[in-house]
Ligand binder design. Structure first.
Ligand SMILES: [Zn+2]
Length: 470
């Protein structure tokens, strides 16, 4: 079975589910988004479940978040405005500490006062409400450290803690949607909501034999508590760890009675990775699939979407980011308009994409564009005369800002994202029924096409080399 999932990361991204959601195998949301917008997410899930050909869902419990430093910007804490006299009490209540333990560093004046009353208010570095609620529902006794310090391997070693984490994550994923409809006025609706397509085992980064041992123990407790085909063990590690310890990973997972395996390789940029790491990844997927596992890459790039002939069972895509994701959050900055070039399997700024196409002499008319670049419904509509239309349509900019910089319009960014998702779907439909030989031929063709253009396709020979497995 080959699958391709759509993940959304914000309220605004629900429009992608509404317009192209049914083309994917299912919807994925992170549990913190569910906690922040339960009504929106639950109604999307219900709508997909009620289709004639229903689509399922996955709620990622994101337990790893509580293993990272809570003070990092963009992580589980954020600056929140409160009245001056309530500052200490709010921090104490949110973080479950006595007021005497509230640090002065967590309280500051309002940084950008906008209202007269801001003078009497303070900003407090508290735990975000969605993460507070998620910690309480999924971490068992460890909920009390959420937001204060990262969960450490020593915390996770205790069997009682592992059992609570596993029970918390399973119950949460199974009851989250239904609990939104538990009220009598919804009648039997809660009972009609299907369980998730996959239930994820709680997961934390694996970086050495000790943490792999802890994860393996959590996996086997999960297998005891969640039986059946839909349990998923998640392996979260760095590319270097994967390359070095592939054998140990396969052995640990092979022993488990868990069918599905989710991979999250930290900040794994497939178009930048060297052949050794890429080959380790391809081999891992291949070996796990030989062991009977259903392997899903939670943040797959352009190579991953072509790996179905090598045993990959699924990837998850996000409209905006999603080619790779670092475990430790990075603050975003402004979104750029990036055009996915189907024959390099990589996103480029619209200017670069246009430049590469022009240098290669591709897409000079709308017919040539459809034949050699992209024939998705968005591009069919947009490209009337040839590649020059990329700039006009996907690279549309608004008025210059005060620093005289032009930024892409929201609709230009949205067009790029729809084209990206549709391109991924088109590739997926090809790849899931291709043979390994056909895939190699395709990458060779793509590689030849871009050989003369510096930078455009320089990752393609590495991808091709990475497919060499014994
Ligand atoms: Zn397109």
């Amino acid at each position: 079975m080959s699958m391709i999932f759509l993940r959304i990361g914000s309220n605004a991204e629900k429009r992608y589910v509404e317009r192209v959601g049914t083309l994917f195998s299912g919807l994925v949301v992170r549990a913190n988004l569910f906690e922040a917008s339960p009504g929106m997410v639950a109604s999307l899930i219900c709508r997909l479940a009620g289709l004639q050909e229903p689509r399922g869902y996955i709620i990622d419990p994101v337990t790893y978040v509580f293993g990272t430093d809570p003070a990092l910007p963009g992580n589980v804490r954020s600056w929140q405005k409160v009245s001056e006299e309530k500052a200490t009490a709010k921090l104490a209540a949110d973080l479950r500490v006595p007021e005497s333990e509230v640090s002065e560093e967590w309280i500051r004046p309002v940084q950008v006062p906008r209202l007269p009353e801001d003078e009497h208010r303070r900003e407090v570095l508290s735990i975000k409400r969605s993460f507070r609620s998620l910690a309480d529902k999924t971490l068992g006794r460890m909920a009390s450290v959420a937001g204060l310090r990262p969960l450490a391997p020593t915390d996770l070693r205790q069997p009682e803690v592992q059992d609570e984490l596993v029970a918390g994550a399973i119950t949460y994923q199974h009851e989250a949607v239904g609990s939104r409809f538990a009220h009598r006025r919804y009648g039997q609706l809660a009972a009609a909501i299907p369980p998730p397509m996959y239930t994820l085992c709680p997961y934390f980064p694996v970086q050495d034999p000790g943490s792999l041992g802890i994860m393996a123990s959590i996996w086997s407790r999960f297998a005891e508590q969640h039986q059946g085909e839909t349990g998923m063990a998640v392996l979260q590690c760095t590319p270097a760890y994967l390359e070095r310890e592939r054998q140990a990973i396969v052995e640990a997972l092979d022993r488990l009675p868990i069918r599905a395996v989710g991979l999250w390789i930290d900040n794994f940029e497939e178009e930048r990775a060297d052949v050794g790491v890429l080959n380790g990844y391809v081999r891992l997927v291949h070996e796990l699939s030989l062991a009977g596992k259903t392997v899903v890459n939670l943040f797959g790039g352009g190579l991953s979407n072509l790996l179905y002939p090598f045993g990959l069972a699924g990837i998850i895509n996000n409209p905006g980011y999603g080619d790779s994701k670092p475990i430790v959050p990075v603050s975003g900055g402004r979104p750029a308009a990036k055009y996915y070039l189907p024959s390099t399997h990589k996103r480029e700024t619209v200017e670069d994409a246009h430049y590469y196409l022009r240098r290669a002499g591709l897409g000079r008319s709308s017919e040539e564009f459809r034949r050699d670049v992209c024939a998705c419904p968005i591009c069919r509509d947009a490209i009337r005369r040839g590649a020059a239309d990329l700039i006009r349509y996907f690279g549309e900019v608004g008025e210059a800002d005060e620093r005289r910089i032009y930024h892409p319009t929201p609709r230009a960014i949205e067009r790029c994202r729809f084209h990206f998702l549709l391109s991924r779907l088109i590739e997926f439909r090809w790849s899931r029924s291709a043979s390994r030989e056909e895939l190699r031929e395709r990458l060779q063709r793509d590689s030849n096409r871009w050989r003369e253009i510096p930078r455009a396709g320089e990752h393609l020979p590495r991808w091709l080399a990475a497919l060499g497995i014994a």
